[in-house]
Design a protein around this ligand. Structure first.
Ligand code: GDP
Length: 502
């Protein structure tokens, strides 16, 4: 291609993707949540369901009944397309689906690799407009953007100096719940003079101790999920990069650090992190989103007890600061979010009997109340749902036997535990199905702050932590998997996309 045609080609691409947005036929959907919340599984299931829904309908399979465009027979076709942003990795949909279904061998099915960095996937939906409105065929282009929720926690850093951030981080690490994890790093950093000469080895040592503290704190039940910098835990493409080789020091606020000192070196790197990592993420990715789903692993927090629940609540409201920022004040000079629909989704609801799904939603509504008030304040539509993007269990009544040893009927869930799962001295081999009592959520959502998480009946084994294998896929007549089974995925789709598919 000549330079001129090269140029025209590039321009055409840019113009066509711009046109999508100008004419209102494009939508950027952000999918976020803290690590292990279920982002990868959600996106894979969402795309697979959309790609396969029409074929399933022809086979007489009813998928996604609440997703109106499909239920009304107006969804003609879904197609994956090349994504518009060449510099962003593509979401590895095919690999993740092959993991979930096992590809050619269902015995190989397993959960896909989790999100570690930003990625993107473009999908087009061809549909018929509803009668009475602007009738006729239409197309909606959806860019799905997957990114770690940890990165949203970095926003407050933009308004903080290095000294301020250092002081707050040191203070936080002294709190009783955190001190045991922070001891090594605190000891090391308090022993270092900020005026000491700059040293790469010292910066590296302190950064490693600091990262180890953040990691250890989060691995524990009383997780410090709320502490930035987000990239220390989710470095993405910056893994091992010098951009992350800094840590807080014991320094005075409002002092200018002598050039050549360790504090000056740390401050420089902190500012570089803000300028080259945090700002570009918010400006180039976050600010371009139209809709957002925030996935929340509320069940894990409920299982871990009230401290974890409170921590999750704080993390959610800190994450959601980002959705309001930019409307006014300093941050609006950097980015201005335009998200108009936000959905909070409690994931992995297939670990519960359906009688508890509404209760899970009520708990999530309570945990996100502060965040929701903020978002509604700026005019975004907000909703809450309990869902399972991939349903790994089915429901059954269990009469007696291994559960209770008495003759009563209990609502149970049945699934194949992951190989190696151990409960009550029994190790599962990943083959046979097991019926378990899933635990019952309290009717009063506030009870979760008092420690009444998932109740287990007396005498029943505590199977709450069992993780299941993905389900064996059912095949359509064309030999490809039918839409993967899910819980309330259609409700999520209707909320996020429904109004654009009228
Ligand atoms: P990410 O870190 O947010 O990308 O999280 P993933 O999507 O990788 O999910 C983390 C883990 O949660 C998976 O490996 C599964 O074990 C589990 N998980 C996620 N979604 C579901 C679901 O819908 N049902 C069940 N049973 N487990 C799920």
């Amino acid at each position: 291609m000549s330079i001129l045609s090269d140029f025209l080609f590039e321009t055409r691409i840019a113009a066509s993707s711009l046109a999508d947005y100008v004419t209102g036929t494009g939508l950027r959907l952000g999918v976020t949540g803290l690590s292990r919340a279920g982002k990868t599984v959600f996106i894979t299931a969402l795309v697979q369901n959309l790609l396969r829904a029409s074929t399933a309908a022809k086979d007489g399979e009813r998928a996604l009944p609440v997703f109106r465009v499909h239920a009304e027979g107006r969804l003609m076709r879904a197609k994956l397309q090349p994504q518009p942003d060449d510099h962003v990795p593509r979401f590895a949909y095919e690999d993740h689906l092959a993991a979930l279904t096992g590809g050619a061998n269902v015995d190989e099915r397993h959960w896909p690799e989790s999100t570690r960095r930003i990625s993107e996937l473009r999908l087009t939906l061809e549909f018929e407009r509803r009668k009475g409105l602007r009738q006729g065929p239409s197309v909606l282009t959806i860019d799905i953007v997957d990114y770690p929720g940890e990165w949203l926690l970095d926003l407050p850093l933009l308004t903080k100096s290095y000294a301020q951030w250092s002081r707050e981080t040191l203070e936080a690490s002294a709190a009783a719940a955190r001190a045991p994890f922070a001891a090594d790093w605190r000891g090391a950093t308090l022993a270092v003079a900020a005026t000491a000469p700059e040293s790469e080895a010292e910066a590296k040592r302190l950064a490693e101790l600091f990262t180890a503290y953040l990691r250890a704190a989060r691995a524990d039940a009383y997780a410090l999920s709320t502490l930035p910098p987000g990239r220390f835990l989710m470095p993405g493409e910056l893994e091992g990069s010098p951009a992350l080789t800094f840590a807080p020091l014991h320094v005075e606020d409002d002092t200018a650090f002598a050039s050549g000192s360790l504090a000056a070196m740390m401050e420089r790197r902190y500012e570089a992190y803000k300028a080259h990592v945090v700002k570009p993420f918010f400006r180039d990715h976050f600010a371009r989103l139209d809709r957002q789903i925030v996935l929340v692993d509320a069940l894990s927090a409920l299982n871990s007890g009230p401290a974890a629940v409170r921590d999750l609540e704080t993390a959610l409201s800190e994450i959601l600061v980002a959705f309001r920022a930019g409307r006014s004040g300093f941050l609006s000079t950097i980015f201005r979010p335009k998200i108009d629909h936000i959905l909070f989704a409690a994931t992995k609801a297939d670990h519960l009997h359906h009688t508890s799904h509404d209760r899970l939603e009520n708990i999530l509504r309570l945990l996100t109340a502060r965040a929701i008030a903020r978002a509604e304040d700026v005019g975004a539509h907000v909703d809450v749902v309990a869902l399972a993007a991939v349903r790994a269990t089915r429901e059954a009544k269990v009469k007696q036997g291994r559960l209770l040893g008495e003759k009563s009927e209990l609502d149970a869930i049945v699934g194949v535990p992951l190989p190696g799962e151990r409960i009550d001295g029994e190790t599962f081999d990943g083959k046979g199905e097991v019926a378990i009592f899933p635990g019952e959520l309290p009717a009063d959502p506030k009870a979760v702050f008092r420690g009444d998480g998932l109740g287990v009946p007396e005498g029943a084994a505590d199977y709450r932590f069992v993780r299941f294998r993905p389900p064996v896929p059912r095949l359509a007549k064309d030999g490809e998997p039918l839409p993967l089974p899910s819980i309330r995925l259609d409700r999520a789709l209707e909320f996020l996309l429904g109004d654009r598919l009228q």
